[in-house]
Design a protein around this ligand. Structure first.
Ligand code: GLY
Length: 326
């Protein structure tokens, strides 16, 4: 998969028609009521180069959608994109050939929902929101999450694409399990949105590490690790080797650092350096964070230099290379 092509400001050429009506129709979206509140400029920041997903979310915010629904609608594009082997349909399977998806969402009121190791369901970020809104729980895992999805009317699908199956069979022959996250094997779409009411929300969705052990779950659906939002302060989302993000509760750490006065860039750098400090020398894995605060400032930082993020504001959608340690 080569997703390296940077987009420029003409990326508004990506029409929102790229999202199938099915994806839009599946989401129960609510528009924000700004009332007498000052209208803020909405914006979207996403991990990696995901122009279509970012634009869909940005245009939705411009049309008054609330932040949580815009984020779910944005990431739904990549969940349905069979060419993206790290998220949703077409995601790389575990060692036994099962595609298992993880996702979480968090809104401006501190509500959150999460699903772990779900099979056969494409739109797991939307499912995480259903867990948040329609159950008394925060997390549903495995068969229970799948059953809940089917009860909610999600259609079961075979998520193992022919291409991912060929790659998996090839991997089985080599049997070389050496988890490595880079731009060709990136792993998570994390998206942070601020809507016109100035509210922050986010979504994080992944198929996790390619050829992971059955049942392995990374940071992405873990509130505080893969994603954290505090509407009074800001939000952060992670991508990369989930085990390392979990050990430092990375996204929560970044929000707390911002609460203590750091700007998003400083907070992302400090969180990455916390991981680096636990390792001798140059780590052979990637972790990256993006963050934003209530002032509308954004930040991004990664261990290695192959990370970029996508930023939409004022009808401009651009891919920006992140600063990195190495
Ligand atoms: N960051 C995604 C994972 O490690 O599963």
């Amino acid at each position: 998969m080569n997703r390296r092509d940077f987009i420029d400001k003409s990326s508004l050429l990506f029409p929102s028609m790229l999202v199938s009506p099915k994806i839009i129709g599946d989401l129960d979206v609510k528009k924000i009521k700004t009332g007498n509140k000052r209208i803020s400029s909405p914006y979207v920041i996403s991990t990696w180069n995901v122009p279509e997903a970012n634009l869909i979310a940005g245009e939705s915010l411009d049309k008054n959608m609330n932040a949580i629904d815009a984020a779910i609608r944005g990431v739904a594009y990549e969940e349905a994109n069979i060419k993206n082997t790290t998220v949703g349909n077409g995601g790389s399977p575990d060692r036994d050939g099962n595609v298992t998806l993880d996702a979480c969402v968090m809104d401006e009121n501190g509500n959150c929902g999460s699903v772990l190791a779900v099979e056969n369901i494409v739109h797991v970020a939307a499912l995480a929101k259903d867990v948040m809104e329609k159950t008394p729980h925060v997390i549903l895992a495995g068969k229970g999450a799948r059953k809940f999805a089917l009860d909610q009317g999600y259609k079961p699908e075979n998520l193992l694409s022919p291409e991912s199956k060929i790659d998996w069979l090839d991997w089985l022959e080599k049997g070389n399990y050496n988890p490595k996250i880079n731009v060709e094997n990136h792993d998570t779409i994390g998206m942070l949105c601020r809507d016109k009411a100035g509210n922050l929300s986010g979504a994080c969705t992944t198929s996790g590490l390619a050829y992971k052990m059955q049942g392995r779950v990374g940071d992405s659906p873990i509130i505080g690790s893969g994603l954290f939002i505090d509407n009074e302060v800001g939000g952060a989302v992670a991508t990369g080797l989930g085990e390392e993000v979990i050990k430092t509760v990375g996204s929560f750490l970044i929000v707390e650092l911002m609460r203590n006065g750091l700007n998003p860039q400083e907070a992302c750098e400090k969180a990455i350096n916390r991981i680096i400090s636990k390792h001798k020398g140059k780590p052979n894995f990637q972790v990256a964070y993006i963050a934003t605060n209530k002032n509308g400032e954004i930040g991004a930082y990664s261990i290695h230099n192959d990370f970029s993020y996508t930023f939409y504001k004022n009808q401009t959608n651009q891919n920006i290379k992140s600063k990195s340690v190495f």
